[in-house]
Design a protein around this ligand. Structure first.
Ligand SMILES: Nc1ncnc2c1ncn2[C@@H]1O[C@H](COP(=O)(O)OP(=O)(O)OP(=O)(O)O)[C@@H](O)[C@H]1O
Length: 294
């Protein structure tokens, strides 16, 4: 059984496209990234999963149960951190969190205190008196206080300073180690790269690629930088698989996609002084797929 399973999930807002035929399977215990630029459809997918909005067609299941039919039951086991948090400003943080906890069939007092301590949040302050970043922390505690089996994060780190971001990621990793599955939507590719096992890339409402971070990087192009002992022979790297070639006297840099042995053969004809082979960053891979699918 998959923790999340969507089948051709589609949402139109009137005539305008939200998401189109989104199919995904998220395994138990995974940290699953969902990446795409503004307007690609990340929040629409998440809101549909949480049955905050209804799909136009297709279906979504969480823990094997239909998201619409069993929405209330599913929400007991799901923690959600929206990209923007809005609160009743006059309440104390503690009262708000106790109110949130009352929707779950368990006592969350201990966990609220633990989470507030980890996130360095003063529970006795009124929401009104909290900074934007501290309000965000209230949202984090609110999303995790019932120790959910599935944690859905929608652009979670906006407003947190780098230190708090690190604490937040450590917290999410700990929850994952304890068994929680994480669905992590973001356009900050660096954090996705550090956190996630697999990712789906969404573009204009459609998923264009689903792959493990590792194979996305391995099966992709390599970046090569070489320095020859003498000026490089003209046209040496004009073969198949080479793009973005830049040559200057005895230095060259280019991207290479293809059989690694054939480029090594070519390199062996040169007297090398230095050679650097780099994996592309997720950012570069993302751009590659975005341009290819344009
Ligand atoms: N309530 C709405 N009414 C009409 N169109 C909407 C509504 N919500 C979203 N859309 C449209 O659906 C598409 C997907 O938006 P969505 O908010 O899901 O994207 P996103 O990937 O989450 O982007 P962002 O990072 O900016 O939140 C966009 O074209 C957006 O304009």
């Amino acid at each position: 059984m998959h923790v999340i399973e969507t089948n051709k999930l589609t949402k139109y807002y009137g005539k305008s496209r939200g998401i189109l035929d989104v199919s995904m399977k998220v395994n138990e215990g995974e940290i699953y990234g969902f990446i795409g630029p503004n307007g690609a459809g990340k929040s629409t997918t998440i809101r549909t999963l949480l049955s905050l909005i209804y799909p136009t067609s297709g279906s979504a299941k969480i823990f094997g149960k239909d998201c619409i039919k069993h929405g209330a039951q599913i929400r007991q086991e799901v923690g959600y951190l929206p990209s923007e948090v809005f609160y009743y400003d006059n309440m104390k943080a503690m009262d708000l969190l106790k109110y949130s906890a009352s929707f779950y069939n368990k006592n969350c007092d201990k966990r609220i205190k633990e989470l507030a301590e980890i996130m360095d949040l003063n529970l006795n302050k009124k929401i009104n008196d909290l900074s934007f970043g501290n309000k965000k922390k209230v949202g984090i505690v609110q999303g995790l206080l019932h120790e959910p089996k599935l944690i859905i994060l929608d652009e979670p780190t906006g407003g947190l300073d780098p230190l708090m971001q690190q604490k937040f990621f450590d917290l999410i990793r700990d929850e994952n180690k304890k068994g929680a599955t994480i669905f992590f939507s973001s356009h900050i590719l660096d954090e996705v790269q550090r956190m996630c096992d697999r990712v789906s890339i969404i573009k204009e409402g459609k998923i264009i690629k689903t792959e493990s971070i590792e194979s996305l990087r391995q099966d992709n192009y390599k970046k090569l930088r070489i320095e020859g002992a003498t000026p490089l022979p003209e046209g040496i790297f004009n073969g198949a698989g080479v793009t973005d070639l830049q040559v200057e006297a005895n230095r060259a840099s280019f991207l290479y996609k293809g059989d690694i042995n054939s480029i090594v053969k070519q390199l062996s004809t040169i007297q090398l002084k230095n050679l650097l082979v780099e994996e592309p960053t997720l950012e570069e891979i993302f751009m590659y797929y975005y341009e290819k699918e344009a």
